[in-house]
Ligand binder design. Structure first.
Ligand code: ZN
Length: 133
């Protein structure tokens, strides 16, 4: 894995949290994007080599809505950048990590992504992401 690409933070109100994170990080949100297939609306901030991704639910069946209901706002996932997502998925599956999707899927910010179930990663939802070429 190359680096922590971003931290995903679940928020109730994206507009409110964008303002908050603009103040906190002293940098403007550089991208907003809706990922309809995931039921999320996202906002990205650059922090040096890594990013912060804020996630708001777009409907009540969204994984983010479920996360907020269960745990409230907070860190939702840690995303690691990988060079070859399919190879990493194979490697991790062979070690017994549970992949939440069998094939890489389209994520926000021009990425192919795959998630690992928190029950096999000490309670942390892990995202693998690879820049789309
Ligand atoms: Zn993410």
């Amino acid at each position: 894995m190359l680096k922590i690409e971003h931290l995903g933070i679940a928020v109730k109100d994206l507009a409110v949290s964008i303002q908050l994170y603009e103040q906190l990080l002293n940098t403007p949100c550089y991208k907003k994007e809706i990922v309809a297939t995931e039921g999320v609306s996202t906002a990205f901030f650059s922090t040096g080599d890594s990013k912060i991704e804020l996630l708001e639910a777009t409907n009540e069946n969204s994984p983010i809505a479920k996360f907020l209901a269960k745990k409230g706002e907070g860190i939702h996932h840690v995303a690691f950048e990988v060079e070859n997502i399919e190879a990493e998925m194979k490697r991790l599956a062979a070690h017994g990590f549970e992949l939440l999707n069998e094939k890489p899927k389209d994520g926000a910010d021009n990425k192919l992504v795959c998630f690992l179930h928190p029950k096999t990663t000490n309670g942390v939802l892990i995202e693998l992401c690879q820049e789309k070429k």
